[in-house]
Structure formats: structure tokens, C-alpha cells
Ligand binder design. Sequence first.
Ligand code: ADP
Length: 447
Amino acid sequence: MFNKVLIANRGEIALRILRACKEMGIETVAAHSTADADAMHVRLADQSVCIGPPASRDSYLNMHEIVAACEITGADAIHPGYGFLSENAKFAEILEAHGITFIGPTSEHIKTMGDKIMAKQTAQRLGIPVVPGSDGAVTEDSEARRIAADIGYPVIIKAASGGGGRGMRVVNSEQEMEVALQTTRTEAGAAFGDDAVYIEKYLGKPRHIEVQVMGDGKGMGVHLGERDCSLQRRHQKVLEEANSPALTPEQRDKIGMICANAVGDLGYSGAGTIEFLYEDGEFYFIEMNTRLQVEHPVTEMITRIDLVNEQLRVASGQEMSFSQKDVRFQGHAIECRINAENARTFVPSPGEITYYHPPGGLGVRVDSGVFTGYKIPPYYDSLIGKLIVVGRNRAECLNRLRRSLDEFVVGGIQTTLPLFQDLVRNDDVIAGDYDIHWLENYLAQTG
Ligand code: ADP
């Protein structure tokens, strides 16, 4: 096992990683920007190194400074968390060259899954169901029209290098195709430096369901069930739950084993998430994230497996602490992402938290790094914490979530807590009856 791990991230996930390290007796180094000098994870880490000014490109994305921080402190591994450098193949390669362990998959696997066309082809080869569409990149208008006619309109044009919900355009009819193809290619070239696009069937009312996987890098893959992340705003997840209210145990087992076997065949190492759109009983692969996800705690709450602990084990060459037969799903968990934003306009609300009282009690987990007197810097993502609640079943989980949200007090700034207080009292949410467009429609109607 590692002696010392450098955490190349900030906020709640930096603290989450630090906690796992402490429980395993591993020393920690917090690599932080000047804006995060007072952060909780910096205070709790065994050592801390300032890696630059507030702007992410000069600090949390500054590979040179991060490697230097590793060498100065003698850390043997880096945990990248999510976002920032977590899916940067070049960073993983640089660490490999420096003899520092990147806590994640190989740079090759990051590269493959980072290119959407390659990812889709790999998924298909491994037996994962994909959205019907073009075999690879599409360059000619005539080819695009032929494929679209084949699969039927509407279709969606997607940039091979797109991400974060950008670089996509829905096409409703053949008349729109030529302009849409050209615009998406031009935009993709400008935004991602790669104008390759591909086409797939546009699904009208899917759910977003993703499978948590882990690989040992030696041919063994396991799954830890799925998360339903259909409640989204601008393609950003807002509330996530495990298991999905839409799946039967048989469906769960079937898609789970397909993913576990695929990860094993790939020789994948560490944690990953295989994302699907799900409609009318069918799964359609959209992408694989080769890192820990923001919403990983809902999986942890119903499996009682610490995913960061397992990542550290696998990255250091140890065996995972469990195998597929040990994975049991107990109860139901829901996570709410609490952002420092106005709950209606979603305008960021940085500033000083003058009062902070998180909820507690049975089945309640709050992953956050904030405290009374903490000043939220304006330079980063507005996520300030996650409320995760587990119950023996979905109804108990919702009751517990309702009372937890009512207990949660954050003073001095605006947060998205009021949105969740409304959502947990909504009939569709209570029934688990929603698709990926539900929240946008709800916001438009109640706005
Ligand atoms: P990104 O990498 O930008 O997040 P994804 O491929 O994961 O892109 O897609 C993001 C979102 O776009 C999905 O969650 C879904 O809302 C929508 N989307 C993507 N592909 C399709 C499709 N074929 N049909 C309908 N919606 C889609």
C-alpha cells in the first residue's frame, strides 16, 4: 500500500479522499491553490503544498506544479478526484513516466473512453448495447442523410471530442441535416480542436441510468449496481438515486453483468462508470467515465463498500476487498447536490457562510468541506456539499430526506436547498416517475 497520497483536487471530494486515506493509515498531502489555503481538507491533511493562484489552469490543472509537489513531499501516488485532471490521459502518462502512481485506469483506457467514437466502438465490441447510428465519424452530407433515413428521425449529431453536454445537435428532418451537420462540425472544431462528428438515434424520453464498475487490471471486473441520474438541468445531474426505481432485479443483474464482464475483458483497472440512456426496457450506452463520480456515495450507502478505499487498493496492486458474490444491495439511497446558487435562477452565490448546521441522525451522510465562517471562493464549481440519505426502502429514504432537508441550515449565501425541499414533495418524484427532461419541464412550469 502507498505511504503517502497527494490529493490533486479541492472541496468535498478532496475531503472524501482524505477520509479514506486516514482510515487506511496512509499519509496525505493537500495540493491546493491560494484561494483554498483555509479549506477543511488542507487543515486535516498531514502536509499541504500551494500549487498556484486561484485560476484552475494555474493550479488544479497545472501538471508541472502538481508533479513537483509530489516530488517535494515524497508522495507515491496522486488521487485526481473528479473533474480537473481526472480524465486527462497526458497527466496519467506523465505520472507513469515519473514513477508516480495515478489512482485511476491506464492512460490508454482514459484515451479510448475520452474519444466518443472510439468509446462507442469499444463498448460495442465488448457486448454493451449502444444507440443505433453511424459506425464512426460521418463526413459526407449524403452519408448522414442515408444513415438518418435508416434509423429514422429525429437523430442527434454529436462531436467525437464533446463533453459536459456540449457539442450536440438534434435534427428533426432531412431538410435540417445539411446545416446542422455543418454547424456542429464547425463548433466542434472551434471548441474541442476536433471536428469529427457522428450520428445516432435521438431518444425522446429516456432515463439516465449508469452502472458502477471496478476492475482489478488483471481481467476481473465487478459491478456495484446502478444509479438513476435522470433529474438533470442542462445535462447536469441534480439528484441521484440507487437503485433505479425503473429496474427490476433481473434487469439490474443483466446489465450489471454485461458491464462487469466488459470491464474484465478490457483489463480495466480501478473505478469507472458506464452511462446509459434507458427507454422502453432497452439500454443504450452513451459514455464511460474513467474516474470516481460525484454521485458515488449512493452506491456506497446501499452496498457498504468504500469505493475510494477500493481504488487505493487496486492502484497499489492489492486485490479488491470483495468479489461479485459479496455485493448485496440493501435499501435505497438518494443524493442531493447542494450548490451555492439561487434555487430558481441558478446564479452562483459565493461568499461567507455565516451559519452552518448540517442534518444528522440515522441514515444521513453529508459530504462537504464547509463550516461556519468558510468563504466560498468565486473561482470554482458551485457544489458545496452533498446530502446523502439511506433508508430500508425508497419510501423510508424519502421521509428521511424530507426531514433532513428541513434540518439543513446554511446562512449567509443562497443554496439550492429550497429546490430539493420542493422536489421531495412532488408526486412524480415520490413515484419515481421521471425522465431526463422532467426537471427542465418542471422548472419551466413552476418558474
Ligand atoms: P457529455 O459527454 O457531453 O456529457 P453524453 O453523450 O454523455 O455527453 O450525453 C449527455 C446528455 O445528452 C445525455 O445525458 C442526454 O441527456 C443527452 N443525449 C445524448 N445522446 C442522446 C441520444 N442519443 N438521444 C437523446 N438524448 C441524448
